[in-house]
Design a protein around this ligand. Structure first.
Ligand SMILES: *Cc1c(COP(=O)(O)O)cnc(C)c1O
Length: 415
């Protein structure tokens, strides 16, 4: 038998049929119109924002990284609760524009921005996090042609990385950002061209549960920002310290101590170089804000035995939820938090492997887990599914229908 990941506190300990935002799964399924579906409980996202505000220094701005979950209701909700939004494509930029986002607090990072994407960002007044010298030239030329002063920040590829992060995005040779030693010359160049230089973006990794590692990376980022500013001779208006706050997915993961991160960041900010005295610092988070607020619900289509092993075959799988199947940047396959949503408190009486409908052995939602007796028609829940779920999955693979997405807020359902 293999352990499952920790069921988030909002759902663990429930009895009988799982409820999300106080609404039973069967009712959610009826409203979704089909299974499988993702449901996002926005009140849980609000609670995360509130926890961040209580734990982190008041001067820190919180941004939502839209790539974690680009559902329009999620964007709308987190746009209202946070101080800004971070984009990773022109498509995301169009989405947040359509949600009515304040472009003064929208930034756009990504190593391969096409001219139409740069044009859209500049004409809307979003801040471009420049990833190279050639991208800077293209942005300056587009600004000139449009008659708009572009808002430009420089994404720095720092010499350090976020240790122990699920995905490292700094340190050594990287496609992201400009190597730190070339940043002063680039900033001097864009200042000389009359651009509105916003500051630095220093993003060093993702999915870390290690408070010390996050603190070290934040301290190193503040020190690096000061060093670069002194070399340039001008203070950055803003410094984006990145994010990287992780959530527990598998049995050995323990939640991040954000209060500890906040305490150390307060100290680091208090002791910062005077050149950064008036700089606005921000942290950009995706997964930590919305990950635990999402649940993926599938339905059991079949229960079958093979050579003594029980398989629960569901209508959901890796085509909607690549990460839960262990195929999205995971080194090793471990079980996500999963439960038979029809019998949350049912006593475990058998061992099962939960698979999806795809003709590939990769399509597995949980392996060798202890479950209560589960019948055809019962619901299966995969927790911690609010970030990098549907939008990070190969929905066209095998041409099965896509998953529905619904949102609950204040005990009410919206699509
Ligand atoms: C992906 C990404 C994020 C969000 O990462 P999470 O792990 O979801 O918090 C933030 N900033 C940048 C630049 C990213 O690429």
């Amino acid at each position: 038998m293999k352990p499952i990941g920790p069921i988030p506190p909002a759902f663990s300990g429930q009895q009988g049929e799982l409820e999300i935002g106080g609404i039973p799964v069967s009712e959610l399924a009826e409203r979704a119109g089909r299974t499988p579906f993702f449901v996002y409980d926005l009140d849980l996202a609000t609670a995360q924002v509130e926890r961040f505000r209580a734990a982190l220094p008041a001067e820190i701005h919180l941004h939502f990284a839209v790539k974690a979950n680009p559902h329009p209701s999620v964007i709308q909700h987190l746009m209202d609760k946070t101080d800004g939004l971070d984009m990773a494509s022109g498509g995301e930029l169009e989405r947040v524009r359509d949600c009515g986002a304040d472009m003064a607090h929208v930034s756009f990072a990504g190593p391969g921005k096409r001219d139409p994407e740069l044009e859209l960002a500049i004409s809307l007044g979003a801040t471009l996090n420049l990833e190279s010298e050639t991208e800077a030239e293209r942005a300056l030329a587009i600004g000139h042609r449009l008659g708009v002063t572009p808002r430009l920040a420089v994404r720095v590829n720092p010499d350090f990385e976020l240790k122990g992060s699920g995905m490292s995005m700094g340190g050594g040779a990287k496609p992201f950002g400009v190597d730190q030693e070339r940043v002063p010359a680039l900033v001097e160049h864009i200042l000389g061209k009359g651009a509105d230089w916003r500051g630095f973006h220093i993003y060093s990794g993702s999915q870390s549960l290690d408070a010390d590692a996050i603190s070290e990376s934040q301290e190193a980022s503040i020190a690096l920002a000061a060093k670069l500013a002194l070399a340039i001779g001008e203070a950055p208006k803003s410094v984006n310290l990145g994010g990287g706050f992780g959530i527990p997915y598998t049995a050995n993961d323990t939640p991040l101590d954000v209060e500890a991160v906040g305490a150390r960041l307060s100290e680091a900010l208090a002791g910062r170089d005077p050149i950064l005295a008036d700089t606005q610092f921000m942290i950009e988070l995706g997964r930590w804000l919305i990950g635990e607020a999402g649940v993926y619900i599938a339905r059991i289509l079949d229960r079958k035995m093979s050579k003594g092993a029980l398989f629960l075959v569901t209508d959901g799988g890796m085509h909607h939820h690549l990460a839960a199947s262990g195929n999205f940047g995971m080194v090793m396959k471990r079980n996500y938090p999963v439960a038979i949503a029809s019998h949350m408190d049912g006593e475990a009486v058998e061992e099962a492997t939960v698979v999806g409908p795809l003709c590939t052995p990769l399509d597995r939602l949980a392996a060798d887990i202890a479950v209560p007796r589960a019948e055809i028609g019962d619901y299966v829940a995969v927790f911690a599914s609010g970030a990098y779920g549907l939008s990070a999955s190969p929905v066209n693979f095998l041409s099965h229908p896509t998953a529905a997405e619904i949102v609950v807020k204040g005990g009410k359902i919206t699509k």
